[in-house]
Design a protein around this ligand. Structure first.
Ligand code: ADP
Ligand code: MG
Length: 396
């Protein structure tokens, strides 16, 4: 898969310039505007989304940029630097999920979702560049959808309120690209703000911008791509989801979100499967950890969230059983090097680890993790530091 930011084979130069230059060389014309949408990491709240619970993502500085111009013809044309190709599709293709395959499905899916919602989507030419690593769990797919959605809505002067945009982008991915995903990634890419984390209630879709100004506190989040080999996780994800749904049914609640943490023991006593009990314990305690994290951030006590992050990891490791040796190693090494807290982020079985560190210590923590990987013979991890950046918008 394409490299993370500190890999040597990542194309150099600002992403916006690459998108604009790509537009010019592909279409021999100037774009009328440039739009961007970020990748994200979830600070805490894992596998809580489909249990109607809470998540707390923030926007990465890495983003996907779309340079675009309206087109007189009848076909949307899209070039992507990462895909290394140009594709096009017409109205009929955008009217029927499945007709545009591969990466183009995320773009055609946005056109489809907007048109299904009754919008007159402008035909356009697009050129896309990104420094969000693809398939690393940092949500390049939502960044792509969100950047395209923002560009097309602006180009067509479509009346699409910000609050409605995440569901449209999610629909592009679920309904057109055929990828079952929750609404967190698109909400984060579209709605996040600099210096804030986005507290999202996955039941009501209510959001709160929670202060998370890492830079002002002298802190940073070190994001470590575990580089764990790809594992077939679809079945594991489905099994976790099924366990949660069956437990909610057995407990007579709409979703596990409705099990309060102070009623957890009573709830567990009513479940006879030991594995299901552990799954429930993860979801219920994880929801509470999100709430506790939000409380601390509201109070400006940023470094104090560390133990909650680390407890989240332990819960994913022992109760939800979705970690792998590479991510456990990264968490342990980061903590041994002085991180305030560390956890795997994302659906599991690989992906990224985040560690809350003093900004000045990020390099030391990263090299300690690399050392621990080398000792175990794992493929070297890549790492970068992140502070919360802006959500989707026009940048040029
Ligand atoms: P993640 O969202 O965690 O990065 P996904 O598997 O959900 O991983 O999405 C990755 C897919 O999204 C890629 O395989 C590709 O199809 C598409 N994609 C994302 N960004 C781009 C891009 N800049 N150009 C082309 N396709 C992209
Ligand atoms: Mg994705």
């Amino acid at each position: 898969r394409p490299a993370a930011t500190d890999h040597p084979d990542q194309p150099v130069g600002p992403v916006a310039e690459r998108a604009t230059a790509g537009f010019t060389s592909e279409y021999a014309a100037r774009p009328v505007g440039v739009w961007a949408a970020p990748g994200r990491v979830n600070l805490i709240g894992e596998h809580t989304d489909y249990n109607d619970g809470f998540v707390l993502p923030f926007a990465l500085p890495q983003r996907t940029v779309v340079a675009a111009a309206p087109e007189q013809g009848r076909r949307w044309t899209v070039w992507s630097e990462q895909a290394g190709e140009r594709i096009s599709f017409g109205r009929a293709d955008a009217a029927e999920p499945g007709r545009v395959p591969g990466w183009g499905a995320y773009v055609a899916g946005v056109v489809w979702a907007l048109r299904e919602a009754g919008h007159d989507v402008p035909v356009a030419r697009l050129a896309i560049a990104s420094d969000v690593p693809l398939g690393a769990g940092l949500s390049s797919s939502a960044a792509l959808e969100s950047a395209v959605l923002t560009a097309l809505a602006d180009l067509g002067e479509l009346d699409v309120p910000l609050a409605d945009r995440p569901a449209l982008a999610q629909r592009a991915e679920n309904g057109y690209a055929g990828v079952p995903c929750g609404i967190m990634d698109q909400s984060a890419s579209l709605r996040c703000q600099p210096g804030r984390a986005l507290f999202l209630d996955c039941r009501t879709l209510a959001v709160e911008q929670v202060p998370f100004d890492l830079a002002a506190a002298g802190l940073a989040i070190l994001v470590i791509d575990s580089n764990a080999p790809h594992r077939h996780v679809g079945g594991e994800y489905a099994a976790r989801r099924a366990a949660c749904e069956s437990a909610a049914a057995a407990l007579g609640v709409p979703a596990l979100r409705d099990v309060a943490v102070d009623r957890l023991d009573a709830a567990l006593a009513r479940l006879d499967d030991e594995t299901v009990r552990r799954r429930v314990r993860h979801v219920v305690t994880e929801n509470q950890r999100v709430l506790d994290t939000v409380e601390l951030l509201r109070a400006g006590r940023l470094a104090e969230i560390g133990p909650l992050l680390t407890a989240s990891h332990a819960s994913m490791r022992y109760d939800f059983e979705i970690t792998v040796p590479e991510v456990d190693t990264a968490v342990e090494a980061a903590l041994s090097a002085g991180a305030y807290g560390a956890r795997m982020t994302g659906g599991g079985f690989g992906g990224c680890v985040l560690a809350l560190v003093d900004a000045a210590a990020a390099g030391t923590v990263a090299s300690t993790v690399r050392q621990a990987y080398a000792e175990r013979g794992f493929r070297p991890p890549s790492a970068f530091t992140a502070t919360p950046g802006p959500g989707a918008g026009r940048i040029g």
